[in-house]
Each structure stands twice: as structure tokens, then as C-alpha cells.
Design a protein around this ligand. Structure first.
Ligand code: PEP
Ligand code: MN
Length: 347
């Protein structure tokens, strides 16, 4: 059972509920800052069942909602039937509405010169957000691990020069304040979707979080990961399908586009697709980008570079900035058929 408190509930109102439930023999987990959510587990002692009566709890001061049953992702799925979440990314750019957001850039921040050239190409293509990693989760420890803070600084400068927002990955708790200082959106990579301490800390941060689907995560596990961030106070979560691991070796991962309508049916949160990691092949990025938008995605995360073959990481799946321009044009035409639009400068 979950007891969702009003944002205005005071400590004594919260304590009253906690004491009522623990006195009845249940275990209570408290989550959230501005709006507290109490997770209730265990059966009440004989004779104390009334303490858990949903109607009685709802009647108590400070209680906004009571959910009985195994709803694992109450906040990540709460307004699904009523409205889709519109998440403000910064500088007036929102995601989740009629406008689609394209986030593009190199896998890794490599050096100032290439990053500026890529940022120019990304802005030219009509994308609104510059993506690039400063902390890279590489499979081999001997591979380039990213430029760290220097990279984040370059990312901010290059994005500002071309009026773009920024998204970059965080892998560890102590990277969050630094990344939040330099970036508009913080990314959780596929390998960290199950890193609950990281998700909790991002829940205490004020930046939107782009949460990639884990390599073998079910949609339920992915939405529960979003719930960690939201229950800790940060409701600005974007989901990103980036391919799952299957038996098929022809592509790096299998981009599960059925996840797009499946998520939309279960959650109000914006959903993006990453056709770069989702296929691992440059020549597959454009068709899968088109398909993702046709399937209802709210945006795309694409790896692009001015010299894709020379990209330090993920070169095989990185498209040129010219190809990105074509991608945005084509995606825009598909979007129009769905009464949506994509260009950064049209609104
Ligand atoms: C990335 O976006 O560069 C990345 C490492 O993605 P993923 O976590 O999906 O592998
Ligand atoms: Mn990459």
C-alpha cells in the first residue's frame, strides 16, 4: 500500500500516519521531500486491521491519496489516463507535448575544436539539445573513460555558443553536483538503471533526468527505476529506449520500439528512442529514427559527429552532422502527419 501525502502536509500529520501504521505492525518506508510518499509493507496485527483502512486513512489531514495493491510505480504512472507530462528542459524548451526534441552529438566529449564543430552542425540540423559524455561507461577499463569536469565545461561552452541545451551522463553520486552545474539534463546510462543510490540522489536534484532502459530491464523495472527518482522528489524524468540485449547479433542491441506504445500506455512520462545504441550501426539509425517517431516517441537521442569515422567511441553507430540534418527533416515530415513538429527554431 502507498500513502501519498499532500505537498502541504506538515511533519506532525506525516508522523501521525507513520505511527498509526507502525503501531499496527506494518513497516513504513518514507520517500520524497516536497511531497512525501509512504510505502507500507507487512500485514497488520490481529485486531489492528482498521488502521490500514484506505477510506479512514484518506480522511486524515494531510493525506492526498491511498493506493492499495502492488502498484510499483505510482508516480511514474499516475496521470497516465488523464494527461501526458510536459517536462521543462530549460530555456523554454519542453518535451512531452506536440514538439519533438532531438538530442544529438558525439558519444564522448573529445576536444574543444571538434565539439564546437559538432555543436554548430547539431544546431544547424534543427536539434535543440547537445549530447556528449564526459564520464563514459566503457566495457573495457583500458578504453577512453572521458574528460571529466574539463569535458563538462567544454560542453557548456559549445552548447551556449549555439543556443543549445546539454545532456550528459553521470555514473557516480559525487559527479551529480558538477554535472548539474554544467548540464541542463542528466543522463543515467543503461548500465546504471538499477543503481538505486544514484537514482535516489538524482531524485534530490533539480535537473531533468534522462533515464535509459537497462540492457535487460523489463518495462516494469524501468518504470520502477523512474519511480525512485520521482519518489525522492524529482518529477522531471524522461525515459529513453536504447535497445535491449537479445540473441540477435546482426545489430548491437535490439531497439524495442514496442516499448514506446507500451510505456505510453503505462506512464505519462516522455519517452525518447536512441537508434544509435539501439542498433549499433550507422546505416540503421535513420530508418529506426523514423520508425520511433511514427511509433509515438517524444524525441530522439542520436550520436552524431563531424568526422564520424574518427569518433573516439561508438564510431560505428555515429552519423555525420549532415546526415543528422536529413534525419531531422525526414522525422519532421513524419511528425507532421501526427500533428507534431520538430525544428528547434520553429517556436
Ligand atoms: C551513451 O549514450 O553514450 C551511452 C553510453 O548509452 P547507454 O547507456 O545506452 O549504453
Ligand atoms: Mn555511445
Amino acid at each position: 500500500m502507498l500513502v501519498v501525502m499532500e505537498p502541504t502536509a506538515n511533519e506532525s500529520e506525516i508522523a501521525r500516519i507513520v505511527i498509526r501504521l507502525t503501531d499496527a505492525g506494518c513497516h513504513v518506508s518514507r520517500m520524497g521531500m516536497d511531497q512525501v510518499v509512504l510505502g507500507v509493507e507487512g500485514s497488520p496485527r490481529a485486531g489492528a486491521e482498521d488502521a490500514l483502512d484506505a477510506e479512514a486513512l484518506l480522511a486524515l489531514p494531510g493525506v492526498a491519496d491511498v493506493t492499495v495493491g502492488g502498484e510499483e510505480y505510482r508516480l511514474a504512472g499516475e496521470r497516465v489516463a488523464k494527461e501526458r507530462a510536459l517536462v521543462e528542459l530549460g530555456r523554454g524548451l519542453t518535451i512531452g507535448g506536440e514538439r519533438l526534441v532531438v538530442m544529438a552529438g558525439p558519444c564522448s566529449i573529445e576536444d574543444e575544436e571538434s565539439l564546437y564543430a559538432i555543436a554548430a552542425g547539431v544546431a544547424d540540423a534543427g536539434a535543440g539539445v547537445l549530447r556528449a559524455g564526459a564520464y563514459k561507461p566503457r566495457t573495457s577499463p583500458y578504453r577512453f573513460q572521458g574528460l571529466g569536469e574539463e569535458g563538462l565545461y567544454l560542453l557548456r561552452k559549445a552548447a551556449d555558443a549555439y543556443g543549445l541545451l546539454t545532456v550528459s551522463e553521470v555514473m557516480e553520486l559525487d559527479q551529480i553536483p558538477l554535472a548539474a552545474h554544467y548540464c541542463d539534463i542528466l543522463q543515467v546510462g543503461a548500465r546504471n538503471m538499477y543503481n538505486y543510490p544514484l537514482l535516489r540522489e538524482l531524485g534530490r536534484c533539480h535537473r531533468p533526468v534522462l533515464l535509459k532502459r537497462g540492457l535487460s530491464a523489463t518495462i516494469g523495472e524501468w518504470l520502477s527505476a523512474a519511480e525512485y527518482i520521482m519518489a525522492c522528489g524529482n518529477r522531471k524524468v524522461l525515459l529513453c529506449e536504447r535497445g535491449i540485449r537479445t540473441y540477435e547479433p546482426a545489430t548491437r542491441n535490439t531497439l524495442d520500439l514496442s516499448a514506446v506504445p507500451a510505456v505510453r500506455a503505462r506512464s505519462q512520462l516522455p519517452i525518447l528512442a536512441d537508434p544509435s545504441h539501439g542498433t549499433g550501426r550507422r546505416d540503421h539509425v535513420l530508418p529506426m529514427a523514423r520508425a520511433a517517431i511514427a511509433a509515438g516517441a517524444d524525441g530522439l537521442l542520436v550520436e552524431a559527429h563531424v568526422e564520424p569515422d574518427r569518433a573516439v567511441s561508438d564510431a560505428a553507430q555515429t552519423i555525420s552532422t549532415e546526415a543528422l540534418g536529413q534525419l531531422v527533416q525526414q522525422v519532421h515530415r513524419i511528425a507532421e502527419a501526427l500533428d507534431r513538429w520538430v525544428f528547434a527554431d520553429s517556436g
